[in-house]
Ligand binder design. Structure first.
Ligand code: SF4
Length: 329
């Protein structure tokens, strides 16, 4: 382990090209964590198998996500970036952990109930065991910390309890109880201004889209719903465009927009044009880096191969200890 403060693990679902919600809600933080922690970022393709829609185009989606992660600033020379299924030890650990997991605990988790509501016709065994596989992901790499928002806290607590059960049952201190790295996970609203930004709702703004496509998406954004005409004063506090301005527009301009909006000094069309311009400017370095990487696919694949090699080294060491603790013949 390096002189950094500890090891952070996070799993990222390969749902294809990333959007602004992914960036602001997670990737930005992943990049920042690299300065202080040894980071292990895993593209969780096995988790994607639990829902059919994520299984389609899994290879392409994994590749696109890798491009996005590298282009936003994940540094593979220090961070371990890899694909979950490239380290098969995780499925072995998943089996071992499932033996110390009461089934009722899994079916009681709010996320499981939510998934059942969303996919009543596809409640498969993998879906029930999802948190066990997630626990295996975290503990296989001896992770100290997992950056999660408050809504993910029950899953981490589950992981901690599972580790305790395993260590108790086998009278071993092999697995590390991961700690929660409390992270303010921004809830980024989609262009509808109501729901969380996501692909399934088609309310997202893709990071890698070209400037024209991005502008078009921004111009579709819902603003203050009470503002019916140009001469009506608006309320920036309830406007998603304004919220986005706060991230992508210089502070001084944000204040001007706030004041002008309240006295109908600026119209929503102009306000959105300004936001689109600032957003495109901010995304420019990302887009050119992504294009550079896309021109060298071999290099992108070798990042994942190297990541898997480094991840397997840690995983195999953990599994030697786990197998010894379980006393497998
Ligand atoms: Fe929102 Fe800007 Fe329109 Fe005000 S002027 S309601 S901040 S888009």
């Amino acid at each position: 382990m390096s002189e950094k403060k500890g090891r952070v693990f996070s799993g990222i679902r390969p749902t294809g090209r990333a959007h602004l919600g992914n960036y602001l809600g997670a990737f930005k933080n992943y990049v920042a964590l690299q300065d202080d922690y040894e980071c292990v970022y895993c593209i969780v393709d096995l988790h994607a198998l639990t829902t059919v829609e994520d299984t389609l185009n899994l290879k392409q989606n994994t590749y696109d996500l890798t491009l996005d992660l590298l282009a936003v600033g994940i540094r593979p020379e220090e961070t371990i970036l890899f694909v979950q299924s490239h380290v098969p030890q995780v499925t072995e650990l998943h089996t071992m952990l499932s033996m110390v997991t009461p089934i009722g605990k899994l079916t009681d988790l709010p996320t499981f109930k939510e998934k059942v509501r969303q996919n009543p016709n596809n409640v498969n065994y993998g879906l029930v065991g999802y948190p066990v596989l997630m626990t295996a992901d975290i503990v296989l790499y001896k992770s100290d910390l997992v950056p999660v928002g408050i809504d993910q806290a029950p899953h981490l607590e589950f992981a901690r309890e599972t580790v305790r059960s395993f260590n108790y049952r086998y009278s071993a201190n092999v697995l590390i109880e991961p700690q929660m790295k409390n992270t303010e996970v921004l809830k980024v609203l989609g262009i509808d201004g109501k729901e969380k930004m996501g692909k399934s709702l088609d309310n997202h703004i893709e990071l890698a889209a070209d400037p024209d496509a991005t502008r078009l998406r921004v111009m579709q954004m819902v603003t203050d719903p009470q503002r019916m005409k140009r001469t009506d004063p608006g309320n920036p506090d309830v406007c998603n465009v304004y919220t986005m301005h706060k991230t992508f527009t210089p502070e001084e301009d944000v204040q001007t927009i706030n004041a002008e909006c309240r006295k109908a000094g600026i119209g929503c069309v102009d306000c959105k044009k300004r936001f689109a311009e600032n957003l495109n400017k901010a995304l420019e370095p990302f887009r050119s880096k992504r294009a550079e990487l896309a021109a060298r696919p071999d290099q992108v694949h070798s990042v994942l191969e190297d990541g898997a090699k480094r991840a397997r080294r840690i995983a195999e060491k953990t599994m030697l200890e786990v197998r010894a603790a379980v006393q497998l013949p």
